[in-house]
Write a new protein. Structure first.
Length: 405
């Protein structure tokens, strides 16, 4: 397994790099973006296993509900960097990545400026408000991702490659990736000596169980300290892929929405769930409404800052002074056609964690309010968002099915 190739086709517009057209990579698929989602999902998988095992607990901060402790950060970094081989610098030494990633464009239409069709995507539409002419790689561009492996730990490297494939299934790449832009169908995998299950549920199960085995087998290589175990179930301090449930809400879950006729229309609907006027039209058949997220003042759970025309939610200034000005939504979207070997549909992964600012500022048209955020508020807001999302999907005429756990 010294060389692995993955052939992919874009199913949604792909914005590589920053949205200044002069900085867009002509190939449309940058290795830095592949490596970025790879490490993010590796941390989420390892963190989820550590959390389920009672090892990842987190600590409270003045302006953050919860964050991983320094020892926990080092532990996750060691597993991801040293055992899985994605590169490591820390208390246990240093090691460069054992994977060299290259991308090749096999076929692609030229980059296009944002058209009326593309403006239906909320994320593209927001970027188009800048002074730049937004350019993107349209659907059906074909790429080959080649990973050269420098062998050292077969268990870790095999798990790392499966996590990469999972990352390509559950998130897009480039700008707007969490909203499904840059989604890539995996149409072929060449991985000599490695068995890849061709079913998404089976893939997640295998990745989770392999990570559990790695955590248990290689713990002494990453820490010489006794690990502490929590006695009560609390939120993880960062987004993780976990089997745990808190107050009836999955810490993480993956769903699929399928449509036999028009995948693009389905993706438009899911992608634009985060636009309040669209939610109102779907839920109440009006452009302005007081949905449950608004009534409970919990819309911040869909991502921060969240404002329009001077109203909405923002991180309180004291936290912003510490560089915490944004917080991504716990919803991650990807879109796949029937060409994808792991199945078609729009996939939605939701992760619940404590890494939110402990105070927010809500701005109304004639008033403002400080909102205190605690773990119970995060759980409640996530439950409200999931409930509203399920109703939004039902009223859009689709069926939502849970994939994992």
């Amino acid at each position: 397994m010294n060389k692995v190739t993955i052939d992919v086709i874009s199913t949604t517009p792909l914005l590589a790099g920053w949205y200044n057209p002069n900085l867009v990579d002509p190939s449309g698929l940058r290795t830095t973006e592949i490596k970025g989602i790879w490490r993010w999902w590796a941390r989420a998988i390892v963190g989820g296993v550590l959390y389920d095992e009672g090892i990842l607990v987190g600590v409270k901060e003045k302006n953050i509900v919860k964050k991983p402790s320094r020892d926990e950060v080092n532990l996750i970094s060691c597993y991801v960097g040293k055992i899985l081989g994605l590169g490591y610098v820390g208390p246990q030494g240093s090691e460069s990545s054992r994977f060299t990633v290259r991308t090749e464009t096999l076929s692609s239409r030229p980059e296009e400026k944002v058209s009326q069709v593309a403006r239906k995507y909320q994320r593209l539409n927001l970027l188009a408000l800048s002074n730049y002419d937004i350019e993107y790689i349209p659907e059906n561009a074909k790429f080959r991702i080649t990973i050269q492996v420098r062998p050292k730990n077969k268990d870790g490297e095999s798990l790392a490659l499966k996590i990469l494939i999972l990352a390509l299934q559950l998130s897009g790449v480039g700008k707007g990736a969490r909203r499904g832009l840059g989604s890539l169908d995996v149409i072929n995998i060449t991985a000599p000596g490695s068995r890849i299950p061709y079913g998404l549920r089976e893939l997640v199960d295998e990745v989770y169980e392999s990570a559990l085995d790695v955590v248990r087998r290689y713990g002494m290589e990453c820490s010489d300290k006794a690990v502490r175990s929590r006695s009560t179930r609390t939120l993880p301090p960062l987004p993780v892929i976990s089997k745990s449930v808190i107050e009836g809400v999955n810490v993480s879950s993956t769903y699929v929405i399928q449509e036999d006729k028009d995948l693009r229309s389905l993706f438009y609907d899911v992608h634009n769930f985060f636009v309040r006027s669209v939610r109102c039209r779907k839920l109440y058949n009006k452009t302005v409404c007081s949905d449950e997220l608004r009534l409970k003042q919990q819309a911040w759970i869909l991502g921060l800052p969240r404002s329009q025309r001077g109203t909405g939610y923002e991180v309180k200034m004291v936290a912003r002074a510490e560089k915490m000005v944004r917080r991504a939504s716990p919803f991650i979207i990807s879109c796949h056609s029937k060409e994808n070997i792991f199945g078609k549909g729009v996939f939605v992964t939701i992760t619940m964690s404590g890494d939110w600012p402990s105070e927010l500022r809500w701005l109304g048209r004639s008033a403002s309010k400080i909102i205190t955020v605690r773990e119970t508020d995060i759980i409640s807001a996530t439950a409200t968002a999931i409930k509203e999302f399920e109703e939004y999907i039902r009223k859009s005429g689709y069926t939502l099915a849970k994939v994992w756990p």
